[in-house]
Write a protein that binds this ligand. Structure first.
Ligand code: CP3
Length: 349
């Protein structure tokens, strides 16, 4: 057992807050802090397809670091995508600009599931390279690795692209449990492989983005999804890095998201943070929960809403400030810079 030294990511405010330890100020980062809200991102991505950019470690390193040059955020998040490991095991998925992930041949039958082989480290050599290069550049600042949650990945695979209501996915879940669990089990293996590759290369924390899982009921989550997310978190336990579990619209699922084994539960704006912490239970840290649309409403609104969240967070076991979902492309980066400083100043102790 090695003891974390000062000035290492393991003793950073972000990792300490994830563990519910005392912090000098509330740490903050933004989901989708890299990406289309930054002109420098659009510049380096010119003429390079999204998924190709994810396989080029020097580009991944540059794009991951771009937001850190503008904002005093407490963590970096690897520039990649939830569909990168699917493509790496041979799924014909692409990201269409302005649309999202599109799958050529959707998964609808057991023979389709058989195509989803486990992810080997050799499938994603660029991930290890990028993470190592970033860890060197970041020093004591933690790097967050991530993967897509099994429901969210299943949705893209079953629907064949982005979906509003995830009806086909849920129909498969309700009507063909055997096929569903086979699919979830494969996606779970892929998520574990992808997260392990990032942790072994030096990521200091991981987040499971099961973004669209808020469309199922607690009972269906327990039966059809929980066994799989539980396996993801338990298989990572031995690494000792904080594990964050996030989905949108999951107010009724927060207890189950915690039960799955995460150290931190991500929360969107539909529920007050103190109530979210109560539901997540077990003294877990919560992460969130400013509505990304608030950032478009002018600084006075941003400040008032951010202060209200910090009030709700007073006395909680742990809080990592974040948005309730990703940064919108039309967000002014200066507002994010100012918000970062505000959260640090208001919570300095
Ligand atoms: O800064 C970061 O947060 C790290 C990078 C990151 C990306 N995707 C880069 C990206 C992360 C963490 C993701 C995760 C992801 N991808 C999720 C979970 C998070 C969430 O938003 O709920 C989901 C559902 C996806 C699938 C996906 N990929 C979508 C819906 C889109 C947007 C499509 C569009 O054009 O509107 C993508 C593409 C994508 N992933 C972009 C980026 C920077 C934009 C692509 C571009 O620049 O052309």
């Amino acid at each position: 057992m090695t003891h974390p030294q000062p000035n290492q990511p393991q003793s950073s405010p972000f990792v300490r807050a994830c563990r519910g330890e005392p912090v000098p100020y509330t740490p903050i980062w933004f989901m989708r802090q890299a990406g289309r809200s930054l002109p420098e991102y659009k510049r380096v991505r010119e003429g390079i397809a999204m998924l190709d950019s994810c396989t080029r470690p020097e580009l991944v390193t540059e794009i991951t670091l771009q937001p850190l040059r503008r904002y005093d955020v407490d963590a970096a998040i690897l520039y990649s995508d939830i569909v990168v490991p699917l493509r790496a095991v041979g799924v014909d998925v692409d990201i269409k600009p302005g649309i999202g992930p599109v799958v050529e041949r959707p998964i609808r039958a057991m023979s389709d599931v058989a195509r989803l082989r486990p992810l080997e480290p050799a499938d994603v050599p660029f991930i290890g390279e990028a993470v190592k290069s970033l860890v060197g550049e970041l020093g004591d600042k933690p790097l967050i690795g991530f993967a897509g949650g099994p429901f969210t990945l299943a949705s893209y695979l079953v629907e064949g692209g982005p979906s509003k209501n995830h009806d086909r996915t849920k129909a498969l879940m309700y009507g063909e449990p055997e096929l569903w669990h086979a699919l979830m089990s494969r996606l779970t293996d892929i998520a574990i492989g992808f997260l392990q590759a990032q942790i072994e290369a030096g990521a200091s924390a991981v987040q499971l983005f099961d973004s669209w899982v808020g469309v199922v009921s607690p009972e269906d989550y327990r039966q059809s999804i929980l066994p799989h997310t539980r396996r993801i978190f338990s298989s990572l336990a031995a690494f000792g890095v904080p594990r964050i579990h996030f989905g949108v619209g999951t107010g009724e699922l927060l207890g189950l998201l915690g039960e799955a084994g995460a150290d931190v539960v991500g929360v969107d704006w539909r529920i007050p943070l103190d109530e979210a912490a109560r539901r997540a239970g077990g003294g877990k840290t919560v992460q969130g929960n400013l509505d990304p649309s608030v950032l478009l409403a002018g600084w006075d609104v941003v400040e008032a809403r951010a202060r209200a969240i910090l009030d709700h967070a007073k006395g909680l076991p742990g809080h990592v400030f974040n948005l309730g979902h990703g940064v919108l492309p039309e967000t002014d980066p200066d507002v994010l810079a100012r918000l970062t400083d505000l959260v640090h100043e208001v919570t300095a102790r």
